[in-house]
Every structure is written in structure tokens, then in C-alpha cells.
Design a binder for this molecule. Sequence first.
Ligand code: URP
Ligand code: ZN
Ligand code: ZN
Ligand code: ZN
Length: 466
Amino acid sequence: MKILIKNGLVVNADRSEHADVLIDGQTIREVGADLAAGPDFRVIDAGGLMVIPGGIDPHTHLEMPTPVTRTADGYDNGGRAALSGGTTTVIDFVNPKYGQSYLEAYDVWMERAAKATCNYSFHVTVSWFNDEVAREMRTLVEERGVNSFKHFTTYKGSLMLEPEQMLASFALARELGALCTVHAENDEIITYMQRKLLEKGITQPRGHVLSRPPIAEGEATYRAIALARIAGAPIYIVHMSCEDALHAVVRAQAAGQEVYAESLCGHLLLDESVYFNDDPEIAARYVMSPPFRSAEHREALWQGLADGHIRVIGSDNCTFTQAQRNLGLDDFTKIPNGAPGLEDRMRIVFSEGVAKGRLTPEQFVAVTSTNAAKIFNIHPRKGVVAPGADADVVLWDPKKQHTVSVKTHRHAIDYSIFEGMTFTGSPTLTILNGDVVFENDLVTSNPGQGRFIPRPPRQRIPPCHS
Ligand code: URP
Ligand code: ZN
Ligand code: ZN
Ligand code: ZN
């Protein structure tokens, strides 16, 4: 299919220009003034609209098994949610079961994702490390298109990795040209506080936020950054939610360490008071880690974004139905953790960021697409509207209002934590791999239309010899 997008404002992370965009097959061929269409072109008028690179959400958990259940959104409906909100690529997580071959886990995830309606790629979680895992990590990087590994400092007994193993994984990742990502929360603080709260009879969802104070995140972030520094490895902190963690990041960045931080759309929007709702079923809907924080932390995150310390906004889309949430109604530690965001991530960033004067349109593109493409090494194939880039393109109406409702959202859950909120700025049309897959509020991408995006190793950093 050939498409000519006329009269739009092309917004990239570094600049904006009034230009036409010519798409031929799966590739952007030309960006420039007054481009001419051939007879077999579809011409789309983008007057008054922004033309932006398809969003990249580098943090999703679609169809992810947990010890007792699995996340509700799959690669089919989750992809449709993404496309309707302007996101064309997700980077999801492969979580090997304890003792399982990492390569086998990767194959299982690839099979599940074969029905994806948007493009996808994978991080792999390292929850234990030994020589065999090291060999498999090498194969994942060299032959399977994985260039990032996730490490947990909490969830002892399932996902948590001990610090000495984390150091070993970081050192190997450095050698392989892979990026270490870390979920940073101090497990000892959380476990201690959970026990104290339950002993006092605080079993309701509010115990979740009370047991995960900002300092638990700050400490773990500082420690993860210290380990990365010793290993000489770049590090990416996922879902950073508070000022305490931001301080650790800013300090390391100032010292010249390669440290990236991602925050979530939900953390930029929602307040910790949601956990104190009198109806425990409603309060349980917001249980995710780290928890939503106070206004002071949200303001720190917005400042961190504007200053460039936080480079990426993800969603951490990890959805559970009300019935799944209710598994923990009499004990907050049993509520499955996670929240939606894949569908509304870009709208939240635009509405709260650009429409409120906190971010420029270029910064919006940077934090929702371009920076993730660069950090996870798929730039300039992704994350930019330029000749030669993949034709993942979104027409974004900066004035269009969108009100979130469980009746119209594409998440496979029976409530929305953004219910009734109206956001300013929304996509009107989404192009995936050169095909129009969303327009007139309809997603037409079919299962399997999403493609796997292999990510090559980053520039290898040679081992230290000093
Ligand atoms: O609570 C959360 N964030 N659940 C998803 C898994 C993770 O820790 O990222
Ligand atoms: Zn996490
Ligand atoms: Zn996550
Ligand atoms: Zn050296």
C-alpha cells in the first residue's frame, strides 16, 4: 500500500516541521514539502494534526502467568488497545519459571505473541543466574533479538535475584551489549512492614501502599545503581515512582554513569489516596508496585521528565479483573499486582504534559517513542518519522478529547482506574507496518498482523582491564 499524508505537522523528538510524509509498503520513503501522489496512493489529509512516530511502550505484561492466575490482556486485545492509543510497538517480558530453560521460556512467549495485533519485542527476566543461564543469555542476545534483561530486587522466592547474582548478570550483560533493567524496591523493608501491618489487623488494600514507602524504592534504586557501577554496565530503572529514587538517578547521571529512568503514566496521574477508598474492591483495583504516590512525588517526576533525567514513560500494563483482584480482599499481600495503561499512556502524557505546559510536543514524542527506540536499540528503524524508518506512524489530534470508560476501552477488564477522566489529545489514525489499522475509532489489525521486532546488541563495552 502507498500512502501520502498531506498538510500535517511532523513532530519528531528533535524538531517539528510542516511536511508531507510518503509511505511505500512498510517504509517511510520521503518527508518533505509538496510531495506528489501517484495514482495508486491513498492520500490522507492531516491538516491541523501532528504526524508522529508510533508510540513504543517498553513495559507491558500481556498474557503473563502469575503463581495463581494470568494477566487479563492478551496480545490480541492488548495490541488493539495500544493501536487505538497511538502505540505501535510494545516490549513485553519473558519470565522463565524457576528452573526452566530461558530459551524454552522465550519460545513459549513467542508462540503466545504470534497472535499479536501490534508489533512486539521481548525483555527476559533473570530470576536466577548460573553458568547455564549465562550461556542462554548469550544465545538470546546473539541469536534471538533480545538486548535487555530484567532484574527484581523484591518478590523473594519467585522473581527476586540476590545481589551477588545480579552483579554477575550485570557484568555479563555489559559484555554482551545488553541493557540491565531493574525493578527496585527493598524486599526486607516491604516484608517487614507487611508483617507488622497484618499483625495490627490492617488487611485491606491500604496496607499495600503503607508497606511500600518511598525510601524502600530509593534504597533499592541506589543499590542497583551501585552494582551497575561496579559491573561497569549501563542500567535502566523501570517504573520509578518517587523523589527518593530520582535523587539516586540524578546523582549517578551527574557522575557520568549511564543510568536511564522510566516512569509510568499512572504514577504521573494518580494519587495514593486511591488505596484509602472505603470500598476495598475499588481500592484493590489500584494495587501495583511501586504504588501510586503523593503529589510531591508526582511533581518531582514531572520535573525529572522536563529536565531529561527521566527519559521514558511506559505503562507497565499488567491487568487483572475485579474477580482476580478480589483474591486478596482479606489480605492485601495476595492481591495480584499491576495496572492498565497501554491504551491511555500517550493520551495521559500529552494531556497532563503538553496540554498543561509541562512538556513540549517534541518531548512528548521523545518520552513516548524515540528515547525507548534509542535506549533499546531499534532507532532509527523505530521512533522517528524520517525516510528509511519503518512506517509506524500516528496522526495525533492535539485538541481531540477522549473520556475513558469501561464501556469503550479495549482492555479485557471490567473496570478502569481512569474511569470518567477526560484527556486532551488523541490519535485519529494509526499506521502499523505501512497499513492503516486504526481510524474512525475502529481498530482493524488482525491477530498476527503485529511483527516481532528483534533488537540487536548495543555497542559492546569491553571488559575492564585496569
Ligand atoms: O505491580 C506491578 N508493577 N506488576 C507488574 C510486574 C512488575 O513488577 O513490573
Ligand atoms: Zn516491576
Ligand atoms: Zn512491570
Ligand atoms: Zn579498565
